[in-house]
Write a new protein. Structure first.
Length: 437
């Protein structure tokens, strides 16, 4: 029997890989369901393996050939499935703690090219000047063509103080440039908070880690002591994280027993995740900020608060990562990351490729047209289809190219300002109704 950890994943992040452990189950290793064609294919594989071992111009290790074959197999599936050699698997298990040596960039494969989704603020990558939309052509001189996300992450991680050279091509450049970056320990505090206006609290969740719900609980308690009467939850550019962390975050804004999300696999079986009432529950009027960088666990929280009409969602459509991955440990210490299900909002909506559509759309346009192109789930190669929205891929071919600012100054953050204005308006409207009532 082999234990399988089921998870939901956001983007691959060099500071943290966004993973969401949601269940633990068992899988027997057997080929009872295999038909004759499966056995013929396995026979072909062993035949090729034997030929390569005996006749290749140089001696090769069987393990290297097997690893290469498995990587190729996983690469033929969706972009969130993959093979993790022992070191990569070990790193994955560390990632959710939010502290290790790295660069601090979120990456994805777009049109076959390793592409930066965003540098994380105040990390080596951010200080070096890497920008969203940059294409990583080489890592330490090694071409990234056909390199998996896991391989890329493994090559860019390393001990604090060591160097890695990325060859970057940016739109508008005539040729690539090298960036030599010194690795550092990436420590990401997942929650920050403050009072942004009289009586309006602001909470930013950067990602969903093991301690995020605890950090949020402390933040909300502090804001309550400052006597706020409404709040803004900022999930913009949050790539995701632990699913149970997302549930524990949602339960601080929803009463006990409320459905937050459910998942369904190929068999059609449904597994639900509900609020458990283990933490204080706040009823303040809320605005949730989302954008194209809000993915996975962020979309779970935003979707639940939207479906239960608990908050107004403001911003632009989210990333659209609606699939569940299972991390399966293998006998030699390596692991598989396999997409095994999709998740659905409380009302039964799949956000795969479509994302969470805000109640109020507010776009931030770059100055002088200078920005970076938006990358969403539907732009990734081999992405899963959405059975509820089969025409999404056809529509995207006719969509206007979306460009967003590389960095937004708080004074120019019109999404945040609209959220503040909305909560102020609610306060005035409530007072008017009470007076006139």
């Amino acid at each position: 029997m082999r234990k399988i950890k089921v998870l939901v994943a956001g983007w691959i992040v060099l500071a943290v890989v966004a993973l969401s452990v949601v269940a633990l189950t068992q899988m027997p290793l057997n080929l009872a369901d295999a038909d004759s064609s499966d056995y013929e294919s396995l026979k072909l594989f062993t035949e090729v393996l034997d030929i390569v071992k005996k006749n290749y111009v140089e001696e090769v290790k069987t393990k290297d050939l097997i690893y290469g074959a498995v990587k190729g197999m996983m690469r033929s599936l969706d972009p969130h499935s993959g093979f993790m050699p022992p070191e990569a698997y070990k790193e994955m298990k560390i990632d959710t703690k939010g502290e290790f040596g790295g660069l601090g960039i979120q990456i994805a494969i777009k049109e076959g090219v390793l592409t930066i989704i965003a540098p994380i603020e105040d990390t080596p990558a951010w200080r070096a000047g890497l920008k969203a939309g940059d294409k990583i052509i080489k890592v330490n001189g090694e071409p990234t063509k056909d390199m998996t996300l896991f391989e890329a992450v493994n090559k860019m991680r390393g001990p604090k103080g060591t160097k890695v050279t990325l060859t970057i091509f940016r739109e508008g450049w005539k040729e690539p440039k090298d960036f030599t970056i010194v690795r550092d320990i990436i420590r990401l505090k997942s929650v920050k908070f403050k009072v942004v206006d009289d009586g309006i609290g602001y909470v930013k969740i950067r990602q969903f880690q093991q301690n995020t719900a605890d950090e949020l609980e402390k933040a909300l308690k502090s804001l309550k002591e400052k006597k706020i009467d409404s709040m803004i939850l900022d999930l913009r550019n949050n790539p995701g994280g632990l699913l149970m962390s997302a549930v524990d975050v949602a339960e601080q804004f929803l009463p006990p027993g409320k459905l937050v999300v459910y998942i369904k696999g190929r068999s059609g079986d449904r597994t639900e995740y509900r609020t458990r009432g283990k933490r204080p529950y706040y009823k303040w009027p809320m605005v949730v900020l989302v954008n194209q960088g809000s993915a996975s666990a962020s979309e779970i929280v935003a979707g639940a608060l939207k479906d239960w009409q608990r908050a107004v969602i403001l911003g632009v459509t989210t990333f659209g990562k609606g699939s569940v991955q299972s991390v399966i440990p293998l006998s030699d210490g390596s692991g598989l990351r396999l997409t095994t299900a999709k998740y659905y909002t409380p009302k039964g909506t799949s956000i795969q490729n479509t994302g969470i559509v805000p109640d109020i759309e507010v776009k931030i346009k770059p100055k002088n047209g200078k920005g970076h192109p938006v990358i969403r789930e539907k732009d990734l190669q081999r992405h899963l289809k959405n059975e509820q929205a089969p025409d999404v891929d056809k529509k995207k071919d006719h969509e206007e190219k979306e460009i967003v600012p590389i960095k937004i100054d708080e004074k120019e953050d019109i999404q945040l300002q609209r959220a503040i204005d909305l909560l102020k308006s609610w306060r005035v409207f409530k007072e008017k109704v009470v007076v006139n009532g």
